[in-house]
Design a protein around this ligand. Structure first.
Ligand code: CA
Length: 222
């Protein structure tokens, strides 16, 4: 899952980026509204953390513009101003949720997970596909009751495929949602990761979950 942070307080943006990366998210950062607007419209983000008070273009204007342009990415507004008016105008302008600064990192993580789930069939923090169980809060993965150890990037790939199960995912879309924009898009890397995840979750089981769709990409089948 890939998250765009639009926040001009550099120390806050950087600490949130670092924390989210430790959780396995790919993270892009825009430190002003102009870059934020451009990236919100052009990067394959799964969620946008949007500050309201920003230089060049403010967060509310960004929100209105991207919604008008048809960008449906969930937006979590970050605001220092805890006034009812701000919350109402943010939600009216197409924000999905808001968080008042200062916020706890655990609360931020819980809200991010909830917003990412909202757009999918997955309705709890536990994703179950057959005997595969993924706990998106603790990142614990089990198959047939057996604990499976995955690296942060392998976990990110599996979680993205599970949230988008039964959909064909191209190498490009997998790469875009697992790496940030600083990553040089080489789709062969995805094949390597798919094989590693396959070895861990499919190899010892008769029913395979990860399928190669010839000429298209990959699918995790329910
Ligand atoms: Ca700000």
């Amino acid at each position: 899952m890939r998250i765009l942070i639009v926040e001009d307080e550099k120390s806050l943006a950087d600490i949130v980026k670092k924390g989210l990366e430790e959780e396995g998210y790919a993270v892009d950062v825009a430190y002003n509204g102009e870059d934020g607007l451009f990236m919100a419209e052009n990067e394959a983000s799964d969620l946008i953390l949007l500050d309201i008070m920003l230089p060049v273009i403010d967060g509310m204007t960004i929100l209105k513009r991207i919604r008008k342009a048809g960008v449906r990415t969930p937006v979590l507004m970050l605001t220092a101003k805890d006034t009812v008016m701000d919350k109402v105008s943010g939600l009216d302008s197409g924000a999905d949720d808001y968080l008042t600064k200062p916020f706890s990192f655990d609360e931020l993580l819980a809200r991010i997970r909830a917003l990412i789930r909202r757009g999918s069939e997955v309705k709890s923090s536990i994703i179950e596909i057959g005997d595969l169980v993924i706990d998106t809060a603790s990142h614990e993965v089990k198959r047939g009751g057996r604990l499976i150890s995955l690296s942060a990037r392998e976990y990110a790939l599996l979680e993205y495929m599970a949230i988008n199960s039964d959909k064909v995912l191209t190498r490009t879309s997998l790469t875009e949602h697992i790496y940030d924009q600083d990553f040089d898009l080489d789709s062969n890397v995805i094949d390597v990761f798919i094989n590693r995840v396959r070895n861990k979750i499919d190899r010892d089981f008769s029913r395979r979950l990860i399928h190669t769709i010839r000429g298209a990409g990959y699918m995790l089948k329910r």
